[in-house]
Design a protein around this ligand. Structure first.
Ligand SMILES: Cc1ncc(COP(=O)(O)O)c(C=O)c1O
Length: 384
């Protein structure tokens, strides 16, 4: 079996940032009390760990810590916001590149609440112009706009800061699952109403953990209700944050892991990491662009995209090609629709999908070269 070259960072980061596994193991061995449940030293240590990491995450994402919440994943927070913010019969606008973490809850609410869901076509490739979004929100009363900050299919980054300003006072919910950690973003300097992301992708932390950032003045009723360790005399949820939105025992070990990842990102500098992956993507695109029979999809200037390259090879089934790359070259890529059929419709790659190479900050030029070499070899084989 050849050595693994992991190019599926958009699915989940691998490897995690240096120090993540050690921090999780240390937490389990030394601090793993139930945070907020009891006054003994382990409960206190766990609660302190969570608040330290909350402050670090808030620092990186430019948000006040008291408005940053932890939960089980980006999917969880998207469901909480869509369920909490959309009224019966309401109208919601979405980009053409949304993930099923947005589209599935919306389709469900469409049936249940008689919601009107309108997909904004944008330019070819799905890029949105703020003035187009503004016009659409003014055409009829609109309750919410939802936009993926970066597409998990093509990597396209939408100008969410400009869009949020253009559509105000209509709230913008941003799905930042692919963008957080991949490019600098300061939530509190933007007019975005809510920003959601996962810990396990660009933030290089463990799975099973998601972050919600709420703008000042925004409220959200909880999707889940339960114990918080606070106000235990009451059978109603406390109103105070973060408890009001963080029912149940939190994933403190995951949060400890995220803390180590954030420390590593901070040490490296997010700008530096982002520049490094952009230059790698530039090289990959250039070299793949020269491979005959290979087609790149959804191409944008690299400063308008995260480190994702979507492509198809003429006469090849993407799934079979991905399996061949894994088996023969140790290359781990994802093929298919990437939980985002809407995005593939927009790119003209539905239903067959594409191959997706996605690069983390630890990917190297050698990894990129191996991908190109493997694809060239595959095509040469076919012509023999
Ligand atoms: C754009 C986008 N949104 C949402 C999600 C859901 O994230 P999670 O599975 O971590 O909840 C993903 C995950 O692939 C994604 O790429």
């Amino acid at each position: 079996m050849s050595e693994l070259v992991y190019l599926d960072h958009a699915a989940t980061a691998f490897p995690k940032a240096p120090g993540v596994a050690a921090a999780m193991s240390r937490f389990l061995e030394q601090e793993a009390g139930n945070p907020g449940r009891g006054g003994h030293r382990l409960a206190v240590a766990a609660a302190r760990r969570i608040e330290t990491v909350r402050a670090a995450a808030a620092g990186l994402l430019g948000c006040a810590p008291e408005r940053l919440f932890f939960g089980p994943g980006a999917t969880y927070w998207l469901n909480a916001l869509l369920n909490g913010w959309l009224p019966p019969g309401g109208r919601v606008l979405v980009s053409a590149l949304e993930h099923n973490a947005v589209m599935r809850p919306l389709r469900h609410l469409e049936r249940r609440l008689g919601l009107e869901v309108e997909v904004l076509a944008g330019e070819p490739g799905g890029a949105l112009d703020p003035s187009t979004v503004r016009r659409a929100t003014r055409a009829r009363s609109t309750d919410l706009v939802v936009i993926a900050h970066a597409s998990n299919v093509s990597g396209l980054v939408q100008p969410v800061e400009e869009i949020a300003r253009a559509i105000a006072p209509v709230p913008l919910l941003v799905d930042g699952a692919q963008a957080a950690g991949a490019r600098p973003f300061a939530f509190d300097d933007s007019a975005v109403a809510a920003y959601v992301t996962s810990a396990h992708k660009g933030l290089l932390g463990p799975p099973g953990l998601g972050l919600l950032l709420l703008a000042e003045g925004r409220r959200l009723s909880p999707l889940l209700r339960g114990g918080t360790g606070s106000h235990s005399e009451s059978e109603e949820m406390p109103e105070a944050w973060p408890d009001a939105l963080e029912a149940g025992t939190p994933n403190a070990v995951g949060i400890a892991g995220l803390g180590a990842a954030l420390e590593w990102i901070e040490g490296q500098g997010l700008e530096t990491l982002s520049r490094r992956s952009s230059s790698l993507v530039c090289e990959v695109r250039e070299r793949l662009g020269e491979v005959p029979g290979l087609r790149l999809h959804g191409l944008r200037p690299v400063d308008e995209a995260v480190a994702i390259v979507a492509f198809t090879v003429e006469g090849e089934d993407s799934g079979e090609l991905a399996a061949w790359l894994d088996r023969n070259w140790g290359l781990a890529l994802r093929a298919g629709l990437h939980c985002a059929p809407a995005a593939h419709r927009c790119l003209g790659t539905f239903p067959a999908g594409t191959l997706r190479a996605s690069f983390g900050p630890l990917a190297t030029a050698a990894d990129a070269r191996r991908l190109v070499e493997a694809l060239v070899a595959r095509l040469e084989d076919r012509h023999r």
